[in-house]
Design a protein around this ligand. Structure first.
Ligand code: ATP
Length: 447
């Protein structure tokens, strides 16, 4: 198979697995779908939450000088004037096909020809990506507002509130996870680019003389985060943005890129935004957002080093990275011999279900013991009670969603009060006493 076909094939397999196993569904499907909107199913919601939690822990809990924030999606339109979104920035240059009238981002076009029909394209024109909405019950009198296009503006406008209330001293950071909306012209590649997505951003406020140092620090830290959660080294890289790619506010920027089946693409940006944000908000709001050095008393406008990731893009990245197909099957049950088996080798921290509790058969005598075991485990770990289908089928179902441990309750359990624990990756099985099960799993899951 040619490499391209293999890659398309992999995306199709991911889309199909995620639908089949309750990770991601096309939105509004019963109405024929709604352009590039997706819903996370029960398993996907857990996975995405785990991605967000891993980020939140790393960026707030494990740091001494970073605090969290949860700001509103709707803000005063003055925020977007000050940030430049309504005036100079945040507009993509779009070129229109003279024949089929489709529009494309100029920076995505290689040869000046329409990628759909090959005809000539017009000169690029600016198209603002902000999504408008109306506030007020009478539409023609209502005020125009915007759905935020990035979460960081909520952080900048709360710089003083957070600094004062939390007694923060520079250098310090503010982290936030939340929805952002962009009227993307070319959404696509599944959840890679959508019009509604979750950002995970951290703005680190520093003295201008220390900006380069912190930029390098966060670049390394963020790369480590992905590697620590199992992203394969050969599929992730850092790419420095060239001068002509830099956003109007950026002094320096790198992208963390992942080798998707559709090519190397950005998953996170690290930017030195200089004093653009705080000085513009100072100017537009009339509120002095400068910072007084504790020792010298000298005032300065802090520089911002930003780490800006997407929860949906990261979730997709972790899914693709974990996907493994084993042809010929790896289980020894007859039904699976020669079939392809899928294992999602997710980092255990990210696995949507940590433990599956499986009675060997549906027989009444096993149900009570299995339920007791489930009740014991479910308060500690995200668990599923699963009794449908043969044991082989159930193992495979859990391999496909990346469940690290399957616990089987069998007839011997009634005698010895022990269960069989199967490891997703090694497929090794161990007999463990029920009274030691919680401790055993805790240990295994934290490894
Ligand atoms: P791109 O060049 O892909 O449009 P960007 O450089 O505009 O991305 P940023 O504004 O730096 O993106 O946003 C930071 C992060 O937010 C991105 O690295 C990505 O993970 C996420 N993100 C941005 N736009 C989208 C989108 N339309 N859909 C999903 N995630 C997105």
């Amino acid at each position: 198979m040619a490499k391209n076909d293999q890659n398309n094939d992999l995306m199709e397999k991911i889309v199909s697995l995620t639908k089949r196993r309750g990770f991601i569904f096309p939105s509004s499907e019963i109405y024929g779908g709604f352009g590039s909107s997706y819903d996370y199913g029960p398993i996907g919601a857990e996975l995405k939450n785990n991605v967000k939690q891993a980020w939140w822990d790393e960026m707030t809990k494990f740091q001494d000088n970073i605090v969290g924030l949860n700001s509103a999606v709707l803000m005063s339109p003055k925020v977007w004037e000050a940030s430049g979104h309504l005036t100079e920035g945040f507009a993509d240059m779009l070129a229109e096909c003279k024949k089929c009238k489709r529009r494309f981002r100029e920076d995505h076009i290689e040869e000046g020809k329409c990628p759909e029909c090959g005809s000539e394209l017009s000169e690029g024109r600016k198209f603002n990506l902000m999504m408008k909405t109306f506030i007020g019950s009478v539409e023609d009198k209502a005020a125009t507002a915007y759905l935020r296009a990035e979460t960081c503006q909520g952080i900048f406008i709360n710089f003083e509130n957070v600094r004062e209330s939390m007694r923060m001293k520079i250098p310090f950071g503010i982290a936030q996870i939340g929805k952002a909306f962009r009227n993307e012209i070319t959404p696509g590649n599944f959840t890679y680019r959508t019009r509604e997505f979750d950002q995970m951003e951290m703005q680190f406020f520093v003295h201008p003389d220390e900006a380069d140092k912190w930029f390098d620090y966060w670049k390394d830290e963020r790369l480590k985060w992905y590697l620590g959660l199992g992203i394969k080294k050969e599929n992730i890289r850092i790419r420095e943005q060239k001068k002509d790619e830099l956003a109007h506010y950026a002094k320096k920027a790198v992208d963390i890129e992942y080798r998707f089946p559709f090519g190397w693409q950005e998953i996170e940006g690290i930017h030195n935004r200089g004093d653009w944000d705080l000085s513009n908000h100072s100017k537009h709001s009339g509120k002095d957002l400068s910072y007084a050095d504790e020792k010298t008393g000298k005032k300065f406008i802090p520089y911002v080093i930003e780490t800006s990731a997407g929860a949906d893009r990261s979730t997709l990245t972790f899914l693709i990275n974990a996907y493994e197909e084993i042809s010929g099957g790896r289980t020894t049950t007859t039904e699976s011999i020669k079939e392809k088996e899928v294992v999602l080798r997710l980092n255990k921290k990210l696995s949507p279900v940590k433990v599956a509790i499986l009675p060997l058969s549906k027989k009444e005598e096993l149900a009570k013991k299995t339920r007791e075991t489930f009740d014991l485990i479910k308060v500690k770990f995200e668990s599923q009670y699963d009794e449908t289908g043969s044991i082989g089928k159930r193992y495979r179902r859990h391999d496909e969603i990346g469940t690290p441990y399957c616990v089987t309750v069998d007839f011997e359990t009634l005698e010895d009060n022990a269960v069989t624990v199967r490891d997703r990756d090694t497929m090794k099985q161990e007999r463990i006493k029920i009274k030691e099960l919680t401790e055993y799993l805790s240990k295994k899951l934290s490894q």
